[in-house]
Write a protein that binds this ligand. Sequence first.
Ligand code: FE2
Ligand code: FE2
Length: 186
Amino acid sequence: MTVNNAMTADFLRSAYGGESAAHMRYLIWADVAEAEKMPNIGRLFRAIAYAEYAHADNHFRVLKDQVGDYTVASGAVFGVGKTVDNLQGAINGELHEVEQMYPVYLETARYQNEKGAEKAFHYALEAEKIHAKMFQDAQNMAKQGKDMDIGTIYVCPICGHTVADHLPDQCPICGAKKDLYKDFPA
Ligand SMILES: [Fe+2]
Ligand SMILES: [Fe+2]
């Protein structure tokens, strides 16, 4: 897998930067949620941080032959507030990826016939849709001063698909077998 077109390569580097920042930000916000005695929301942040790691890993590996130093421009949410506010930041970041960033990156990769990038962007786009919904569910509880009520959270290490409580036999996004999923038990 490699990249032939500069624009797709730029988008991969930008997406790598954005996913890397999201990974770290969610770990920080997990610490905040745990300090606020919301361990399940903390666990959701940790599980989704792992999914963002999988996305960064995919983008990075598609770029494996583009060796060199680059300055990377990436959108990222900043700020540390209460968990209810951090969840709004998480929702905003995921929706930006779902509604603007990944659809454009994916169309560009398709147009430029960049198969590796197309797959990496497709995986991320589909996983982020689920993340936006899960963070919204978490915020609905946090607004009432409550923790989420969820069991084990599972993350597909190939595409970042994230699901709570019931693991499918196969990943609905990438087709990976269920035993590959990483679990985040309660
Ligand atoms: Fe996400
Ligand atoms: Fe998957």
